[in-house]
Design a binder for this molecule. Structure first.
Ligand SMILES: Nc1ncnc2c1ncn2[C@@H]1O[C@H](COP(=O)(O)OP(=O)(O)O)[C@@H](O)[C@H]1O
Ligand SMILES: [Mg+2]
Length: 322
């Protein structure tokens, strides 16, 4: 089922958020802020926590879904496929791009095939022995330190830097009690964590100014993401104009390469002489203090306008998206 731009004003909009993903808190913040912005604009929006309402109950209850879900089960194509089956139009990417964006190893394979720089990596099972993990790292990654993270994670959860075998051992053992089954280690890139928002505005896919983060912490970790006093954001990032341009062009490329729709955020590590893509977020955080809102502001787009642009992506999707 499709919905036109005109029909949005009368539509019953469900802002889907929460659920049981490890990224539930961020998702609730996204959902609350987006619902508020839509109701303030006079639209019929309702915040729906998928931990309380099964998605299959939404058939006939809403005309349109604004997705504010992050992480496993929400950003990975599963909800998207269910909504497709139920005939409920939704914002952002379809099943394929969502799933590819969620699983970092396949996403990175795609980047590599297209000559886009991404840190070298290898995949580890949660139950992998330390000895075989170390052997893999030493074979496939040029040197320590390395960066450890879940293959399908987000929010910097269960991630960290390992300077040596002992660090990797403690990261692996902490990971065993987490809900992720696969982890990856990456070549460590020294530089500034940066992100670029991609947003469809009046039918045109545009990039927002690059946002760069400085933090005193070891990396842009969970604490730095959730506590403003632990980070300083710059938008645009204080980097050479050519590097900023390169990141914006690459973000657009990556969004298109994946077949993402309407909105995304591509994360980078920007070092001297190296600009490497880390990941794509097909449902970027939508909170008022989030990266997408900050980048939009720098482009002269207010928060309510940004939410409206995201909402419209539900009306511009091709009839069939795999
Ligand atoms: N290969 C790497 N080298 C250095 N730092 C990294 C690397 N990968 C991730 N990081 C750090 O971890 C943060 C989160 O990584 P990212 O791949 O974006 O995962 P998430 O899905 O958790 O956001 C980055 O912003 C950066 O600070
Ligand atoms: Mg990230």
């Amino acid at each position: 089922m499709t919905i036109t731009r005109l029909e949005i004003d009368a539509a019953r909009i469900g802002v889907l958020c929460g659920g049981t993903s490890p990224e539930r808190p961020g998702s609730l913040a996204s959902g609350q802020a987006a619902t508020q912005a839509l109701t303030d604009a006079g639209l019929k929006a309702e915040m729906i926590d998928l931990a309380e309402v099964p998605v299959t109950d939404l058939a006939g209850q809403i005309d349109l879904a604004l997705l504010a879900l992050h992480g496993l089960g929400g950003e990975d194509g599963k909800i998207q496929g269910t909504l497709d089956t139920l005939g409920i139009p939704y914002t952002g990417s379809g099943v394929l791009a969502s799933a590819l964006g969620m699983y970092k190893p396949t996403f990175k394979t795609l980047l590599k095939a297209h000559g886009i720089d991404t840190p070298a990596w290898t995949v580890l099972g949660a139950a992998q022995s330390v000895a075989s993990a170390v052997a893999r790292v030493e074979q496939q990654i040029s040197d320590w330190p390395i960066f450890f993270k879940p293959c399908s994670g987000g929010g910097s959860l269960v991630a960290g830097i390992a300077h040596d075998r002992a660090d990797l051992e403690s990261l692996l053992s902490a990971a065993r009690s987490e809900p992720y089954e696969q982890y990856m280690v990456e070549e460590y890139i020294d530089g500034m964590p940066c992100t670029v928002g991609v947003l469809e505005i009046d039918g045109d896919l545009t990039t927002l100014p690059v946002l760069g983060v400085e933090t005193q912490r070891d990396f842009y970790d969970y604490e730095a993401k959730h506590d403003l006093s632990q980070r300083t954001e710059h938008c645009p990032a204080p980097l050479p104009a050519t590097q900023l341009q390169e990141m914006r062009a690459t973000a657009l490329n990556v969004h298109r390469l994946l077949g993402a729709h309407g909105v995304s955020r591509v994360d980078f590590m920007a070092g001297e002489g190296r600009t490497a893509v880390l990941e794509i977020n097909t449902i970027p955080g939508l909170s008022v203090k989030g990266n997408l809102a900050a980048m939009s502001r720098a482009a002269g787009i207010s928060y309510p306008e940004m939410v409206r642009h995201v909402l419209r992506t539900a009306t511009t999707k091709p009839a069939y998206v795999p």
